[in-house]
Design a binder for this molecule. Structure first.
Ligand SMILES: Cc1cc2nc3c(=O)[nH]c(=O)nc-3n(C[C@H](O)[C@H](O)[C@H](O)COP(=O)(O)OP(=O)(O)OC[C@H]3O[C@@H](n4cnc5c(N)ncnc54)[C@H](O)[C@@H]3O)c2cc1C
Length: 379
């Protein structure tokens, strides 16, 4: 398949760009941060996004969604990355929607997908328990209790965990931390007895939480997919999240690059624009080429999720690793080429560096994904 968007996807991109430039510029994130907003995003804006079909972008039309698939979802994530839009899009519309679409039974889909598409309920995915991403490291226990289970353990870096109405959580029904076998996914209500949520302040001013589970009861109806066989299912959901994050970082890199080039054309030194100096032109040209390669890797990952969901892991890892490196380069070059002002809070460029740093780490940094590709290839 060619690595270009079709006409419909281009229209989606253009309308999203216009909307976000107007309604969610970086100034909106700055305002949420400065006000220490308890939600960390605008519920009114999220409602508008849902009305445009964004919340249900991968949800099929039969469940109230707009059925654009993963490429459409990535197009929106990329645009949100450009303006650093804070919203529960990744958690609800990519991660939870993928989990329910791919793993949910009829009743679970019927119950949840229309609510995701309408933006009516917010969802979060709770996987990690330590500083570094690693689904197999899951230690949280799901012990048999009557006909159901009791969940106990701590989750960390749960994006949108403090505003989520429902939480998809990975727990261990068998095996020990480090093993792939024995994981099961549960969909629980965030208001269930035994759940304690603490919001954490991340460097990117976006939403995350630590969540403690203390004997939280789950029934058989709350299980998403297979008991003990959840690792592969979780990997599929995470692949979608990784591609979404890669798309977002790609958008952020493109925006940081544009701001930098604009600055090089405007800042004068020795009576001329600094962008006329070859040393800076070479750095800008190198970054431009890297960003173009990263864009292709992201689109390929999104296409693969749409066409070959079950085997999209390697190319999603490739996209997350490549864009993770390129986005780091883009944000560092941006701050350096802006000179002293790049260090200041007054300028937006630092917001890009901070969001990129968090997105780079979430669901696996470039080293994690390089290792995953090596393992998938049998090294
Ligand atoms: C936190 C912090 C700590 C600092 N600590 C110190 C310190 O301890 N000691 C100290 O002396 N200074 C310090 N500085 C100042 C720092 O050295 C200057 O901010 C830095 O030299 C950047 O200069 P500028 O802001 O004028 O950037 P600009 O001159 O606007 O530079 C922007 C970009 O243009 C490039 N550029 C500029 N002029 C040319 C040119 N003629 N040809 C080609 N490219 C060019 C730069 O390399 C950069 O990429 C500090 C600054 C900060 C923010």
């Amino acid at each position: 398949m060619p690595l270009i968007l079709n006409e419909e996807q281009e229209m989606l991109r253009d309308s999203a760009r216009g909307f976000l430039d107007e309604k969610a510029p970086v100034a909106a994130l700055r305002k949420l941060r400065d006000a220490n907003d308890p939600d960390g995003f605008s519920r009114d804006l999220w409602k508008e996004m849902a009305e445009m079909g964004w919340a249900g972008i991968i949800v099929d039309e039969g469940y109230g969604g707009s059925g654009f698939g993963f490429v459409g979802a990535g197009v929106l994530a990329e645009e949100m990355g450009r303006t650093l839009t804070a919203s529960p899009y990744l958690s609800s519309s990519i991660l939870a929607a993928t989990a329910l679409k791919k793993l949910g039974n009829d009743a679970q889909r019927q119950e949840n997908l229309p609510k995701i598409a309408a933006g009516e309920l917010l969802y979060a995915l709770a996987v990690d328990e330590g500083a570094k991403h690693g689904p197999a490291k899951t230690a949280m226990a799901a012990e048999k209790h009557g006909n159901g289970f009791k969940l106990s353990g701590d989750k960390t870096f749960v994006a949108d965990g403090h505003v989520a109405d429902k939480i998809i959580v990975a727990a261990r029904t068998a095996g020990s931390p480090g093993e792939r076998k024995g994981l099961t996914l549960f969909l629980v209500d965030s208001k269930s007895n035994g759940i304690e949520v603490e919001r954490t302040q991340m460097v990117d001013s976006r939403n995350a939480a630590r969540i403690k589970f203390d004997g939280v009861e789950a029934t058989g109806d709350d299980i998403l997919g297979e008991v003990d066989g959840g690792f592969g299912a979780l990997e599929g959901v995470l692949n979608a999240g990784r591609a979404g994050l890669a798309a977002e970082m790609s958008g952020a890199s493109q925006a940081a690059f544009k701001m930098t080039v604009d600055y090089l054309k405007e800042r004068k030194q020795f009576g001329t624009e600094i962008g006329t100096f070859q040393a800076l032109q070479h750095r800008a040209a190198h970054l431009y080429s890297e960003i173009e390669i990263a864009k292709s890797a992201v689109l390929k990952a999104l296409q693969e999720l749409d066409d070959n969901y079950g085997i999209a892991g390697a190319v999603c890892s490739l996209a997350k690793a490549k864009v993770g490196e390129v986005a780091k380069l883009a944000s560092q070059e941006a701050v350096q080429m802006h000179g002293g002002i790049g260090m200041t809070d007054e300028y937006d460029i630092g917001f890009y560096m901070k969001r990129i740093r968090v997105a780079q780490e979430m669901f696996g940094d470039p080293a994690f994904h390089a290792d995953r590709i090596a393992q998938l290839r049998g090294y």
